[in-house]
Design a protein around this ligand. Structure first.
Ligand code: ZN
Length: 395
C-alpha cells in the first residue's frame, strides 16, 4: 500500500478522535497566553501516542514541544498547533482545527511511516497568535532552530496554498496633560483626550491616501474619568500594516510624526511605545506550494493557487523568514474568519471536512519530505531563492 493510502486509512480509523479533539478545544476557548487546558489536552493526546512531550520554552508557559524520533534526528518536520481563541468570539479563527490538524498529522504520520526512515516528527504548541505573537518569542528562544520545514493549515473561506500576510506593528499612543475642573477652571487644564482625538483624526483621515497595501486602524482605550474633569491622560492602541517591510517603516514614521504634532498642538506630552514585536510579511516557498497544490488537487480542492486581494497578519510569517514554511488555507466556511458564523462553522460540516482534509494534507506533505531527500533539497533551494522577499529588502 502507498503512503497516501495508508494515511487515508489511518485517518478513517481515527476519525472520531480527531473530530472529538477539535470539538473539545472549541467548547473551551482560552485567550492568548492563557491556553492552559488546551495545551494540556494536546500534550496528553500526544503523550498517549508515544511522543516525548515537554514545555517548549520557559518564557511561554503554555507552549509545548512533542517529538518522535525515527532513525535519525534530521530532517525535522514541525507541525505547529495554534491554540488561542478571540475575546467574545471563541474559536472564530478556527485554531481548534489548526491544533487538532497539526496534532493528528503527527500522530498519523508516526503510525504509518517506517521506523527505518530518517528524521524527527515534531508538534510545537504555539501560544498567542491572536495577540502577542508567541511564535516570535519562540524564534528568539531558538525553538525552531532544528526544524527543516514548518507545516500548518488554516481553515478559511477559500482553498489556496499561496502564502500572503501583511507586516504589522502595534503601537500604544499615550498623552499626558493636566487635570482641571471643566467648567470652573478650564484654562488651567491640558486636555489629553483632545490630543488623542486629534491624533486619531489626523492619522485616520489620510487613510484613503495611504499607499496601496498599507493600513492604519485602532481604538481609544482611555479617554478620561468624568465629563466635568479635563482628562490628564488618554491612551489608544493602533495597528499599522503594510505589504512590505519598507512601507511599514515609512508608515510608522508618518504616524509617529502625527502623534507628536497632536501633542504640540494641544500642549500635551506624548509617548509612543510598541507593546509587541513586529510580524513580517510571508516568505513564500514555491517548492512547498507545488507539493501542497498537488495534494489539494488530488483531493478535489481545485484551483489552489489563488491569491487574495485582502488579508491579515500572522506570527507564522516570522517563522517563514527563518525556516521553509507553508500555511495552506482550507475552505471551512462561506463566512469570514473572526465572525460568530465562522466560529459555528469551525465545528460544522465545512470545518470538520477542512480538519480531516487538513490532517491528510499535512501528513502526506510531511511523509513526502521525510522520504524524498531531493524534495527537501528543492524546498531549501526555494527558500534561498526567495531571499529577496526578506524583511528590509527592496519592494
Ligand atoms: Zn485570527
Amino acid at each position: 500500500m502507498e503512503l497516501p493510502e495508508k494515511i487515508q486509512r489511518e485517518i478513517a480509523t481515527r476519525r472520531t478522535d480527531i473530530l472529538d479533539l477539535s470539538r473539545r478545544i472549541h467548547a473551551d476557548p482560552e485567550l492568548a497566553f492563557q491556553e492552559v487546558r488546551t495545551s494540556r489536552l494536546l500534550q496528553s493526546v500526544l503523550s498517549a501516542e508515544g511522543f516525548t512531550v515537554s514545555q517548549a520554552t520557559g518564557s511561554l508557559p503554555t507552549s509545548f514541544r512533542a517529538v518522535h524520533r525515527l532513525s535519525t534526528d534530521r530532517p525535522r518536520v514541525t507541525f505547529t498547533a495554534e491554540m488561542d481563541a478571540l475575546p467574545g468570539l471563541g474559536h472564530a479563527c478556527g485554531h481548534n482545527i489548526i491544533a487538532a490538524a497539526g496534532t493528528y498529522a503527527a500522530i498519523v504520520l508516526k503510525s504509518v511511516i517506517g521506523s527505518e526512515v530518517g528524521g524527527t516528527i515534531e508538534v510545537l504548541g504555539t501560544p498567542a497568535e491572536e495577540r502577542g505573537s508567541g511564535k516570535v518569542r519562540m524564534i528568539q528562544d531558538g525553538i525552531f532552530e532544528n526544524s527543516d520545514v514548518v507545516l500548518q493549515i488554516h481553515p478559511h473561506t477559500l482553498d489556496t496554498v499561496v502564502g500572503q500576510a501583511l507586516a504589522r506593528r502595534t503601537l500604544t499612543v499615550k498623552y499626558f496633560g493636566k487635570k482641571a475642573h471643566a467648567a470652573a477652571a478650564p484654562r488651567e487644564g491640558i486636555n489629553a483626550l483632545d490630543a488623542l482625538v486629534l491624533f486619531y483624526h489626523s492619522a485616520a483621515l489620510p487613510r484613503s491616501k495611504l499607499p496601496a497595501g498599507c493600513l492604519f486602524h485602532g481604538i481609544i482605550e482611555k479617554g478620561g474619568q468624568a465629563p466635568n474633569i479635563i482628562p490628564d491622560y488618554s491612551r489608544g492602541r493602533f495597528s499599522l500594516r503594510a505589504d512590505t517591510m519598507s512601507k511599514l517603516e515609512r508608515l510608522f514614521e508618518q504616524v509617529t510624526a502625527l502623534a507628536q504634532a497632536a501633542a504640540a498642538a494641544t500642549g500635551c506630552r506624548c509617548q509612543v511605545t510598541e507593546p509587541g514585536p513586529d510580524v513580517t510579511t510571508f516568505r513564500r516557498n514555491l517548492a512547498l506550494e507545488d507539493l501542497f497544490a498537488g495534494l489539494f488537487e488530488d483531493r478535489g480542492r481545485s484551483d489552489p493557487r489563488k491569491t487574495r486581494e485582502s488579508y491579515g497578519s500572522t506570527d507564522l510569517a516570522n517563522v517563514s523568514q527563518v525556516v521553509p514554511t507553508i500555511e495552506p488555507l482550507v475552505k471551512a466556511s462561506d463566512f469570514p474568519i473572526h465572525t460568530e458564523e465562522f466560529a459555528k462553522d469551525a465545528v460544522g460540516v465545512g470545518g470538520e471536512r477542512a480538519l480531516l482534509d487538513g490532517v491528510f494534507f499535512l501528513a502526506c506533505g510531511g511523509s513526502r519530505i521525510l522520504t524524498e531527500p531531493r524534495l527537501l533539497d528543492r524546498i531549501r533551494q526555494a527558500f534561498l531563492e526567495d531571499a529577496n522577499t526578506a524583511p528590509g529588502a527592496a519592494e
